[in-house]
Each structure stands twice: as C-alpha cells, then as structure tokens.
Design a protein around this ligand. Structure first.
Ligand SMILES: [Zn+2]
Length: 378
C-alpha cells in the first residue's frame, strides 16, 4: 500500500499540472489513495475489470496517470474513514437504476463510487473557477439524483430511442416525460450500460427512416459510462451551463461547452477514451486544429467547438477557461454557434486580454466562423 502511494506521489511531482490522479481536493472531504494495481497488471483492461470487482479496492475510482494511456484504480476515504450508509452528499445522491432509494456504500458498487469521486473533482474545479472569475456558480444543492446502471427496458424491444442509440449518459430524462418529469423539476444524470451505435457507413439500413433506429440500423455498444471520467465531467458541466445554454436540446454550444470543460477537468483535450471498457471504443480528440465551419457545424454538435476552445487555450493559456465561462452570460438557449465570436470578443475586451490579443482572436474567428460549402466529414 505504501509503495503504491509513493509511486503516485512521484507522478505528481513529475507532472503537477492538470494531472488526473490522486487527492487534489481543496474542499472539506479528505481522501487517500491506496491499492494501486501494479504497473504490469495496469496495462491490461481485463485485469482492470477483475480488480474493479474486488471489494478491497472499494470505494474505487478510476484514473489515468498523466502521460499514461492506461486506466488504474485508486481507493479513497471520506474524512479518513471508510464511508457507510447512503451514497449521498449535499450536491447529489446516487441511485441504482430506477430505485427510489440511494445506494449504500455497503453495496460495494464501483460504478457509484467512481461517479462519486469524479463528480467531486468536477465540483472542486467549479469552486476554483468561481473564485477565479469572482462569479457564483450554482452547483446543485437540492441534491439531485444520479442513476447508475440505467437500462433501456422501458422501450419497445426493436425501436430504439435516441438515448439508447448514442448517449452514454444524459442529463435529464426525455423518454417518458409524464413519468420522469420535466427537465426543470426533475434534473437527473443517468449513466447507461447498454447502448447502440449506428451501423458502419456501408450498411444501407442506417439511412432508411423506420429502420435506422432499430437493430437493423444500429449495433450494440456495451459500455458502463459511469466508469468513464470524462463523460462524468461532461454531464456535470451540462448542469452548470444549464441556466445560460439550456439543457433540453443538444445544441453545438451546450455540447461544446460540456466537451470543453469536461476535458479540461479530465486534464486532456479528449473525450471518451473507453477502449478498456468497451468493444466499441468511443474516443474524440480535441487537440487537432479546428477547421473552418460547415453549415452542419451550426446545426449539430461535433468536434468544432471543443477544438476551437482548446486552440484558444493552447494560444492564451488556462485563463481561457474564465474567458469562456464569463462569455456564457452573453449567450442564451436561443444562441447559435454564430453568436459565439461576439460573446467571446466582448468578454475578452473587458480586462484580462490585451488589445493585440483580442485583435488576434477576432482575426482567427472571422476565418473559422465563415461557413464554407460542403458537408463536414463525419
Ligand atoms: Zn452532452
């Protein structure tokens, strides 16, 4: 145990910035990291799943050491104690699927403990961002319900809903509003286990209305999204940006903000990265330079917004986080992608960016936000 902790500390010293490991909380619950699987075991996703199933790793969380592409397991304690009772804090409580009661720590549910850990990392991040921007960020103190192991058994067996097809998770229920309530009164985050994905491009059924959302147009995509830190952060960001960008429709702006801040909290310009958990890896790379937009980018979410935000961060550093956050005040659920440059420039003109920096941003945005002909290639 000591040995594992020593290795983790070294990783910290080597790469202190944006590392996705260890106990970096600034608020009042404490944690420790122990039982790190040894290096060679950690290379193997099968071993990882086996390790996750062992109670001695509980409460477990998953992380990738900086500079490594392999997921490892940490273990944490709350107030230096092994937690007992309902999995609940002032911000949220975690339920198993459609259960009305919160899961207990005694259930040894590693999806729940992983979500608990990573949501607290997200909350911690927003506390810091709030201090940096001098603006209050409301972090759900109702508390809201988080559901893990959500299944899709309420739908017809052959006709898949949107959430069953793509979503690894979602921030509010839209399948049966009369049962689950409207987004405003019933905000929840659901983490699904089985999902579906459109068939490869050469399968004609994926294009045919009436067939495309069935087993003929889609293929299985088994993944417990509660195991994927970047997805957990992404969903929490939706709740944080909700008052500015809305939450009931997935727009390029609200998805882009969730992709960006989710990946910033994760510490890498990417989203997903699930090869150790799924036979159908979900992986998006935001490190590439953004291309000038197509009309599709204005209508449907994609990689443009997170790539554009990360390109600003690369150029101007982490103060871009505060810039983008403050720009939200000039956006609304009705805003489109084309309203973004004005919001960013007006915010940057305030203080923290020099006139020549604002001018450089403006020049870059004038090019990137001019719609070009054709369709984007995804
Ligand atoms: Zn989203």
């Amino acid at each position: 145990m000591k040995f594992g902790f020593a290795i983790l500390s070294l990783v910290f010293l080597a790469q202190p910035s944006l590392a996705d490991d260890g106990c970096q909380f600034s608020h009042d619950w404490t944690c420790e990291t122990q039982n790190i699987p040894d290096f060679w075991d950690g290379l193997n996703g099968v071993t990882l799943q086996k390790e996750l199933a062992k109670p001695e790793h509980f409460p477990a969380y998953l992380y990738k050491p900086a500079g490594s592409s392999h997921t490892k397991i940490g273990r944490f304690f709350i107030d230096r104690r092994y937690p007992v009772g309902p999995i609940r804090c002032e911000h949220f409580e975690i339920h198993d699927a459609k259960s009305d009661d919160a899961l207990k720590w005694e259930s040894l549910d590693t999806s729940a403990s992983n979500v608990y850990w990573h949501l607290h990392r997200a909350i911690d991040y927003f506390n810091r961002l709030s201090a940096e921007t001098g603006e209050a960020i409301y972090q759900e103190k109702r508390p809201i319900v988080i559901r893990v192991h959500m299944d899709t058994d309420w739908a017809m067996w052959i006709k898949f809903t949107n959430s069953e097809r793509y979503n690894t998770s979602q921030t509010f229920p839209d399948v049966e509003p009369e049962k689950w309530g409207t987004p405003e009164e019933q905000r929840e985050i659901w983490f699904f286990i089985p999902k579906r994905h459109l068939m490869p491009k050469w399968v004609i059924a994926r294009y045919i209305p009436g067939l495309k959302n069935t087993i003929f147009g889609t293929t299985g995509f088994p993944l417990d999204s509660a195991h994927v830190p970047s997805i957990i952060y992404h969903e929490w960001v939706h709740l944080m940006t909700r008052q500015y960008l809305g939450i009931d429709k997935d727009t390029p702006l609200n998805e882009g903000y969730s992709d960006y801040f989710g990946s910033v909290i994760w510490g890498r310009p990417a989203m997903g990265d699930t090869e150790e958990f799924s036979s159908f890896p979900y992986d998006r790379d935001f490190a590439k330079s953004p291309d000038q937009i197509y009309a599709d980018d204005v209508k449907t979410p994609g990689d443009f917004v997170p790539r554009f935000f990360w390109s600003l961060r690369k150029q101007f550093g982490p103060r871009v986080d505060a810039l983008l956050w403050k720009s939200l005040k000039l956006l609304s659920p009705k805003s489109t992608l084309l309203d973004l440059p004005r919001a960013i420039l007006a915010t940057a003109g305030d203080r923290s960016f020099a006139p020549d920096e604002v001018a450089a941003m403006e020049k870059q945005m004038r090019r990137l936000f001019t719609i070009r002909k054709g369709r984007r290639g995804d």
